[in-house]
Design a protein around this ligand. Sequence first.
Ligand code: FAD
Length: 482
Amino acid sequence: MVQVRIDTAGDGPILVWLRRDLRLTDNPALDAAVSTGRSVIPLYILDETEGVRPMGAASLWWLDKSLAALGADIEQRGGRLILRRGKAAEILNQLVAETGAAGVVWNRLYDKASIDRDAAIKADLRGQSLSCESFNASLLNEPWTVKNGSGEGYKVFTPYWRAAREHIGEVHVSPAPAALPAPAKQPASDGLGDWNLHPTKPDWSKGFSIWTPGEAGAAERLQAFLASQVQNYDKRDIPGVEVTSRLSPHLHFGEIGPRQVWAATRSAIAAGDVPAGQGEKFLSEVGWREFNHSILFHRPDITTANFRPEFDAFPWNRDDAAFKAWTRGQTGYPIVDAGMRELWTTGFMHNRVRMIVASFLIKHLLIDWRQGEAWFWDTLLDADLPNNVGNWQWVAGSGADAAPYFRIFNPISQGEKFDPNGVYVRRWVPELSNLPDKLIHSPWTAAPHLTPAAKRTYLRPIVDHSQARERALAAYQSLKGG
Ligand code: FAD
């Protein structure tokens, strides 16, 4: 880790403003604060007042558990996590005044709203002669470091990842500090429970209990993945088998950093414990996360605007009934419905199925990708601005290095190809569980076998595949015709 000295006058504590770096291991801002030898105040601010996009309901559930775990880890080391709710700039100033802090440190975020806010706060704090430094905890390469021959950010993944890998160099992971000395007089903290971060109306979070938010849960997940599932990572497109890492919410909240993932995977490959092909493929997926951060950094408008402006004239369809059927997993296409029900129940959806359901919404229903992106944002535990926006635009064909619009997934053949024995569909759409494998992705052809519950949704899908395909291609043609 690069050690950065913090110049501070006086003997006040250092405020460590934690955001999406909810861990003690390999946390450069925390390390820098501890290395001053002063007392440390770890702080989390729930800021819903700024231009930064507010977290969705599922993310707030995760945050609640993650902060509880982090608070306990900090206490074990003699410190205390301070929680405050409100405008970050004001709260930091209040805390500086209350504690006589000599400096403030944090790890960087890369969306424009956060960058603008953080720059203003840094200028303000430095203007008050406080020491203020920021660090990189959440990327292998920060977005401005990997550039193409013209000095711009890459727009295509393969050359991006080739160049990005070269930049990574040797990766050192710093251990968690042994102690986090607290100041003699602690500032007041909100109670986590008083923040009421669980979803209400409805509280659908019961099924989220399969997850273990927090740094320890993240480390266990990585270890378990490298010890077993990675061996079958080439089956990552099969939703019926669990071979991916499920690290995405942990990575989003920074309970584990990509340097840790990189170092552990590379050393498992070097030791011969993980086949190089499987391990490298996994790391290239982590590379997509980096690529999406880079794209969003260079094109901050694409959280709502199409990366390719020619899509601005796309004739989207406003169809609230169809959208509702999609969100509830009642489209009449088993693989789509299984994915949407997995999402609602667990806060997660398998990557291949995310592509299928997104394609169905955009192309079969002609519903604007932004509506789907918003639903995912509210219901995914791993909701992540660069990844969600990047992937939705990838599916829509409007994004950087995107799938061409005219490649329209057939939800029947996608199901037959990636869930050939219906394992995934049977898990999430139990009313189809008695169907034979060969009919499970087209249940309307199996009317006599259908239960009354299945008949309600599966006798007539909300759109006919062939007609929807023709309609989507015509819409795309109209766009090209201008
Ligand atoms: P693994 O296969 O184990 O991959 C390891 C890590 O690499 C992941 O944890 C993730 O951080 C990263 N990664 C993997 N695939 C991708 C990808 N396609 N793009 C970017 N990073 C990737 N991922 C999110 O983290 N947050 C989102 O909000 C999100 N929204 C998505 C929306 C759509 C429409 C689609 C098609 C994909 C979306 N993804 C999103 C990407 C991907 O589906 C998840 O990252 C992946 O399913 C997480 O499972 P895993 O951790 O087991 O992945």
